[in-house]
Every structure is written in C-alpha cells, then in structure tokens.
Design a protein around this ligand. Structure first.
Ligand code: ADP
Length: 174
C-alpha cells in the first residue's frame, strides 16, 4: 500500500461525525496526493459524541457513496492514538492535511503546526481553505442542529450515512 514513491497525505481529525466540509477537503486532497489516509485521532480536549468505531464506519460508508465520483481506492481510513507526526512517519508520509474555515481556526492550527515542527521539521502541514458553502459547517454545529433544531433540514451538511446516524440517535422523524 505505502510503497514506492507514492505521495501520501494524512488527514487527521476528530470526525465526530464526518461532515460535507471534511468530504470536500478529502476530495480536493486527492488532486494533490496519490493516497490520502483519513485518520480518526484522539483529541483529549474533545469528548467523543460518536465512538471511534462508529466514526470510522461513518467515514467508510460516506466515502463509499462517492465511488462514482472519485477514485475511492486512493483513500484509506484508519485511527490512531498518539502523535499524527509519528503515524505519518510510520506510513512513509511527510504531509499532514488540515482545513481552515475561519480566522479563529488559524490559532489552533498554528499551534499544531508549531508543535509538529518542533517534533519533526521534515513534516509539512498542508492547509486547504474551506469552500464558501462549507465554511460554517462543523461537527459540533451539525450535532447541535440535529439535537435541538429538528425541523431544520441538515441533509446538505452531512453525507447520507451520517444523516441516518443522526436521525437514529436523536430520534428525528423523516
Ligand atoms: P479536530 O478536532 O482535529 O480539529 P475536526 O474533525 O473538527 O478535528 O476537523 C479536522 C480538520 O478538518 C481540521 O483541520 C478542521 O479545521 C477541518 N475542517 C472541519 N470542518 C471543515 C469544513 N467545513 N471545511 C473545511 N475544513 C474543515
């Protein structure tokens, strides 16, 4: 899988759950890399709403939905408890992909960048700006809408498998 001179990008995140904003970043990353690994990583500051296995399953199912649109064989989904930089090295990758929505994302991403640089200067972080339609989408806003605004149609914000998971979880009537 990770042999030869393949250029591999690691896209780490909580994906709790995956949204159409994340999907857009994954799709665009495929233009830059031969292979993209979507990495569900542990984030101590955020307590998970969906467990790891569910998050991974939802990512896999959401990617499967794209099979007529993109080459999904270039995408792998994995999870890791530890530093993304270490994971990247183990998987012969130098590139960590992140998305930027608003200015307030920048500070957090800057800290991550500096921490990663401190650990290993060889690692490059690649930042993709959110497309206009997706700038306001976050996992937490989607969860909040599903939970408290059950009359709002969230189908434009999340892939179908996530919509179904949210409907089941919050007992939303279709
Ligand atoms: P984390 O807890 O690591 O920030 P997230 O799942 O919230 O994990 O986000 C993973 C990455 O995807 C982050 O770089 C985040 O800025 C980016 N991201 C999240 N939502 C969007 C979106 N709507 N558009 C573009 N990038 C996004």
């Amino acid at each position: 899988m990770n042999s030869g001179n393949k250029k591999i990008g690691i896209y780490p995140g909580s994906f709790d759950p995956i949204t159409n904003g994340h999907i857009d970043i994954i799709k665009r990353s495929l233009d830059l890399f031969d292979e993209v690994i979507v990495l569900v990583s542990v984030n101590n500051e955020k307590s998970g709403k969906f467990d790891f296995e569910t998050r991974k399953r939802l990512i896999n199912e959401s990617i499967k939905e794209l099979e007529n649109e993109i080459d999904i064989s270039k995408i792998t989904v994995d999870s890791y408890e530890g530093l993304t930089v270490e994971y990247a090295k183990k998987h012969n990758s130098k590139f960590i992909i992140r998305g930027l929505r608003v200015v307030s994302d920048f500070e957090y991403e800057w800290q991550l960048y500096k921490a990663n640089e401190f650990i290993d200067k060889e690692i490059e972080m690649i930042f993709l700006m959110a497309r206009e339609d997706y700038t306001f989408i976050s996992s937490s806003s989607v969860l909040e809408l599903a939970k408290y605004s059950q009359n709002v149609d969230i189908s434009p914000l999340v892939p179908k498998p996530v919509l179904k998971a949210l409907e089941d979880r919050f007992n939303i009537k279709k």
